[in-house]
Design a protein around this ligand. Structure first.
Ligand code: FAD
Length: 306
């Protein structure tokens, strides 16, 4: 039978490693289990994280891992948690893909999210580069290029108007979706062009974007594309443990684990941090902060013995 640790952390992205650092510094025995697929690994650099602006994500995660290794109470294992249960004494038992079992008195879920964007030819190979979901992450790197926004309705209007902060040439591409007269007026008032034609694909050399092709044979030159993306849970772990999820909201598009201000899920001893429980636009900074708070809340709970 595996030793009972103070906390098991599922996921070693910004949130999980931040939680583990907080736990380790409070001398809590902590096991970090990670499948190694942080959502921004595909990106060239991290945009907008103070002290790490532009740093390659893999470099950032390696540095975080090295910091955790300095704390004797933190263990790190590569592997995917496939199953988790809460026992009668409120401790947690997790099972990994290879059948291994681990136990802990508390648990922090930090598994990130599955980012899904509409599937059109030419998008996947440019994802994280010239095709992106977050202007605060990537807008600076593509500033001043002619840009498209692939979305419709209020989300599209909001995204396109916002993108004007980074470019004077923004076109909302609705891919056949129609806007209301009021939404058209909003776009025109904000200096945003509108193209409602169905799209057949995106092209350009390598990961660069040079244009959008329409089904009617027309083309439009754009150098970057902001795309509406919805975030989904990567597994059923939170549900299996009895945590509640929010409905994906239209603007943010996140199906998040419900938490309070200290990232408690309502299930005793279970916390959720990072993208998986975010109610604000996802970012590395928010993930770090939430991981820290979840870790601190777990320490308080463990120290108090409840
Ligand atoms: C393409 C892209 C580019 C981005 N660029 C930026 C940017 O420039 N700036 C910025 O601030 N934000 C950016 N973001 C957002 C940012 O990456 C996320 O907000 C942040 O990574 C969330 O951290 P996290 O720890 O919650 O999840 P993640 O970083 O996704 O880490 C979760 C970890 O948990 C692991 N895991 C999942 N399930 C299990 C399981 N069952 N068992 C074990 N391990 C598991 C995963 O494999 C992964 O390693 C970007 C996102 C994407 C998709």
């Amino acid at each position: 039978m595996a030793a009972m640790r103070d906390c098991v952390v599922v996921g070693a992205g910004a949130a999980g490693m931040s939680a583990a650092l907080t736990l380790g510094r409070a001398r809590q025995t902590t096991l970090v289990l990670d499948a190694g697929r942080q959502s921004n690994l595909v990106a060239e650099g991290i945009g907008g994280l103070l002290g790490n602006d532009g740093r390659p994500p893999a470099d950032f995660y390696a540095a975080g891992h090295a910091e955790l290794q300095g704390y004797g109470s933190i263990d790190f294992c590569r592997g995917e948690v496939t199953h988790a249960v809460q026992e009668a004494d409120e401790s947690f038992t997790v099972t990994l893909g290879d059948g291994r079992r681990e136990r802990a008195r508390s648990m922090i879920l930090a598994p990130g999210m599955d980012y899904r964007h509409p599937q059109l030819p030419g998008m996947d190979e440019r994802w994280g580069d010239s095709v992106f979901h977050c202007p605060f992450c990537r807008g600076w790197e593509v500033r001043d290029l002619p840009m498209g926004v692939l979305a419709t309705g209020a989300v599209g209007v909001h995204g396109a108007l916002n993108l004007r902060a980074w470019s004077d040439q923004v076109t909302l591409l609705t891919n056949g979706g129609e806007l209301t007269d009021q939404q058209r007026e909003q776009l025109a008032g904000g200096g945003v062009d509108l193209d409602e034609r169905p799209i057949s694909g995106f092209d350009g050399p390598g990961t660069e974007l040079h244009g959008v092709a329409f089904a009617d044979g027309g083309e439009l030159a754009i150098g970057a594309l902001l795309v509406k993306t919805t975030l989904y849970q990567r597994s059923s772990l939170a549900r299996d443990l009895g945590a509640s999820l929010t409905e994906p909201d239209e603007m943010l598009g996140v199906e998040a684990i419900k938490v309070d201000a200290m990232y408690r899920t309502g299930v005793p001893g279970l916390y959720a941090a990072g993208d998986a429980s975010t109610s604000v636009p996802p970012s590395m900074a928010a993930a770090l902060a939430s991981g820290h708070l979840a870790g601190a809340a777990a320490v308080v709970q463990l120290a108090a013995g409840y």
